[in-house]
Design a protein around this ligand. Structure first.
Ligand code: CA
Length: 335
């Protein structure tokens, strides 16, 4: 049992850590190891991330697993091991396999399901995953992080995302009602706990707060395009009125970087929107995605030019990075 003193200490650590901009390891140290493997999470923890991200989808038997897409065919060998599980659209879904089946899959660096070519050519070779690279359950990952925090004396937080809740519900699975009790059981309950829950669907963000009763911090993700597949109106959300309304339920936004800064032409100065100022006026934290050394915004000259534009000029509060070490190093040098 944790004593009250322990809880107070953990909360204090969380607040001390968060007095500086946060480095959120996007799918773990995904620039170096296959995304969302436990190896990628261990490495991100070691590289100094403040938070580790979990994308969450359900298996057929309703076990939350850490996987970026509802599909399995771009990060595992599912097509080889379960060829008959393909749906009519040609895709393989995590929701069509039980956890026991899904555990038989090898996880690998992201690749194009049609061509087999890696999405990021310079990253971990997709053909050489050791058999230890598997899809982890949410609980396995939460246990790993708790263990690492204990053995290192750090308090690295978690940053879970509810993936496609509208789609999951249409398939008969209420993902939020399954995930939230697990987070509570692992001690992530209040805004002082080292956890941000995130989602791209506005209706679900409202539902998490108003119906499901999530009391921890909540981040509304915002795509670069005007409307989400579920109907979320991102363009409206980014207005002063949209953000004022959002602030009633959410603690922050996670916008695509292009909603904050862009480089109109090569060699040009970066051009900023007013999104960060509008969000800060509503006391919303701003955690954009994603820093990628090997996939910079168009015309952006370097990864450190991107760091400078986001942290120094736009004054964001944290960032999702595939390269935890580069973002940590830039922030240390800037102090
Ligand atoms: Ca995510």
């Amino acid at each position: 049992m944790k004593t009250l003193a322990t809880f107070v200490m953990i909360a204090a650590t969380a607040i001390a850590q968060e007095s500086k901009p946060l480095v959120i390891a996007h799918r773990g140290a995904s620039g170096y190891l296959p995304e969302h493997t436990l190896a990628a999470k261990v490495y991100a923890h070691a590289l100094g991330a403040d938070f580790l991200e979990q994308d969450i989808v359900l298996t057929k038997d309703d076990v939350p697993v850490v996987l970026h897409d509802i599909y399995l065919d771009t990060v595992t060998d599912v097509a080889k091991r379960f060829p008959d599980r393909k749906r009519a659209d040609g895709r393989y879904y995590a929701l069509d396999l039980t956890l026991a089946e899904l555990k038989q899959l090898r996880a690998a660096e992201r690749f194009n399901a049609k061509t087999g070519a890696p999405v990021y050519a310079q990253r971990y070779p997709s053909g050489s995953s050791p058999s230890e690279f598997r899809i982890a359950t949410l609980e396995e990952e939460l246990q790993l992080i708790a263990g690492l925090n204990r053995s290192t004396g750090r308090n690295v937080g978690v940053y879970p995302e509810i993936k496609q809740p509208k789609w999951h519900r249409a398939q008969g699975h209420d993902i939020s009602r399954i995930v939230v009790p697990i987070l509570l059981r692992y001690g992530y309950a209040a805004k002082t706990d080292a956890c941000f829950l995130q989602c791209f669907e506005l209706a679900e963000v409202k539902r998490l707060r108003q119906e499901i009763g999530w009391r921890g911090r909540l981040i509304m993700l915002i795509e670069g395009k005007a409307k989400g597949d579920d109907g979320t109106d991102y363009a409206q959300l980014c207005t002063a009125a949209g953000l004022r309304e959002l602030a009633k339920v959410a603690d922050g936004i996670g916008p695509a970087i292009g909603r904050i800064v862009s480089w109109p032409t090569a060699g040009a100065a970066p051009k900023f929107t007013d999104l960060v100022a509008l969000a800060h006026a509503e006391k919303l934290a701003v955690h954009p995605y994603t820093i990628r050394r090997d996939d910079l915004p168009k015309n952006c000259p370097s990864v450190d030019a991107l760091h400078a534009a986001l942290f120094r000029d736009a004054k964001i509060d944290g960032v999702f990075s595939d390269f935890t070490d580069l973002t940590v190093a830039w922030l240390r040098a800037e102090k």
